[in-house]
Design a protein around this ligand. Structure first.
Ligand code: AFD
Ligand code: MN
Ligand code: MN
Length: 424
């Protein structure tokens, strides 16, 4: 289904007076208001195809119904999100879940909804019924050359699907690791991974990037072959300029200072981009900003400062994507919340008085430095985001419109209560 523009306009009309009041109040204190609104309008966050269905745990899965049954329906769901928030103009596909039957018609559908294709993702963490060798003991790091070859070929196949759709990056997450001490020679595993990656790297078109994700544990519980940002960075450095490190916020041990990691990767030109989510304990994949919005703001503060220092375009300089799963929420509502949380943190970071902060740092004025950061963080920037959506033709209050229109009910009518989306 698609949302008529007139529905969004009608809803905006009803909320216009209240919005104007709130907007004028915040806007009065903001320097460079138009520049900020322009940056907000340009800032887009990709939606992963696997986040459009209900997630689950190993204990069970409780679907809310109306899940997309095909790649086309996944694209339509992202189209709904984008029509409402004008901030999610791309979808990231995961192969083999999203193999396009007809790339031309899939591209046409996406274009009609104002969407394009973000990074393509490979999957060597599960066995497919059609494959010859199992990934039970890993893929790119496997001790058996035949398994490594199969995994390399899969990644090259994913690149080829991406080329057809005009993607510009291969995003790679390996579950390779070991469950018990002694199972694996760690140096050997790393060296084999590097060799496999070199073969994939050679198949990359010149204008493509290879994004290498890291994760400390799960599904393996003793070691992960690309376990942290240092290991990913090492691989990316050895591979070359087209390879970079992808930061998934949930892929750190508790207490890790993610903003510091981000700052240094950015300094080295090795920050590929993000998989946004939030977590309290591990790779919880919760709604962005639901647990620790301050950390998200601190990350964006490093990003804005670091990107400006390198003269990078905020919107296009690195990849911005959500990687979350929703066990008890409507996925579309959750994604609307996540995009909003990301853009709130970004806006607050834009409001940080960087000059004053630098001066406070020079003078070791710790109190003032904290005040400067928290002044920006405690500003309610939601009316600025609403205004930028309004200017782009989106909804002042996306979630309200989604609920008023009973979109999920319509999707259930169309697709059925038992429709199951591919993904995790
Ligand atoms: C994993 C990783 C990675 C991967 C995805 C699979 O974060 O991004 O592609 O989930 O669905 O946890
Ligand atoms: Mn991820
Ligand atoms: Mn993850």
């Amino acid at each position: 289904m698609q949302l008529e523009k007139s529905i969004i306009d009608d809803a905006n009309h009803k909320q216009q007076a209240a919005h104007q009041r709130r907007f004028d109040f915040v806007a009065a204190d903001i320097k460079d208001l138009d520049i900020i609104l322009k940056k907000l309008g340009n800032f887009q966050i990709a939606i992963p195809s696997w986040a459009l269905g209900t997630g689950g745990t190993r204990f069970g899965r409780f679907s809310g119904g109306g899940e997309p049954r095909s790649l086309e329906e996944k694209i339509e769901d992202v189209g709904l999100i984008h029509a409402l928030n004008k901030s999610s103009n791309s979808i990231s596909l995961h192969i083999p879940w999203d193999i396009p039957d007809n790339a031309t018609s899939v591209k046409a559908l996406a274009a009609q909804l104002g969407l394009h294709f973000d990074a393509v993702n490979s999957n060597t963490f599960q066995d497919q019924s059609s494959q010859q060798h199992s990934y039970k003991y890993g893929s790119l790091h496997h001790v058996d050359k035949a398994v490594r070859k199969q995994a390399v070929e899969h990644n090259i196949e994913v690149i080829n699907y991406g080329i057809e759709l005009h993607s510009k990056a291969l995003s790679l997450w390996l579950s390779d690791g070991s469950n018990f001490p002694g199972q694996l020679n760690m140096r050997g595993a790393f060296e084999r991974t590097l060799k496999s990656l070199q073969e994939i790297y050679e198949a990359l078109p010149a204008d493509w990037k290879l994004w290498i994700e890291y994760k400390p544990y799960e599904p393996n519980f003793y070691s992960t072959t690309i376990g942290d940002w240092g290991q990913s960075y090492l691989l990316a450095s050895k591979l070359g300029n087209q390879a970079q490190t992808l930061v998934d916020l949930g892929h750190h041990l508790q207490g890790a200072n993610i903003e510091q990691i981000v700052s240094l990767l950015l300094m080295e030109g090795k920050l590929a981009g993000f998989h946004f989510n939030d977590s309290k304990y591990g790779d919880d994949d919760l709604t962005v900003g639901s647990i620790n919005p301050y950390q998200l703001f601190l990350i964006f503060n490093e990003l804005v400062e670091g990107m400006d220092a390198r003269g990078m375009n905020h919107a296009t300089g690195i990849g911005w994507m959500i990687d979350a799963s929703h066990n008890i929420k409507d996925p579309v509502e959750d994604l609307l919340q996540s995009v909003e949380a990301i853009k709130i943190a970004y806006t607050q970071a834009l409001l940080v008085d960087q000059q004053a902060l630098k001066q406070a740092q020079q003078q070791n004025d710790v109190v003032l430095a904290q005040e400067i950061l928290q002044h920006a963080y405690r500003t309610d920037v939601r009316p600025l985001l609403a205004e930028s959506r309004l200017r782009a033709g989106g909804a002042l209050q996306p979630l309200d419109v989604y609920r008023q229109q009973a979109v999920r009910k319509q999707l259930i009518n169309e697709r059925g209560a038992l429709a199951v989306s591919t993904g995790l």
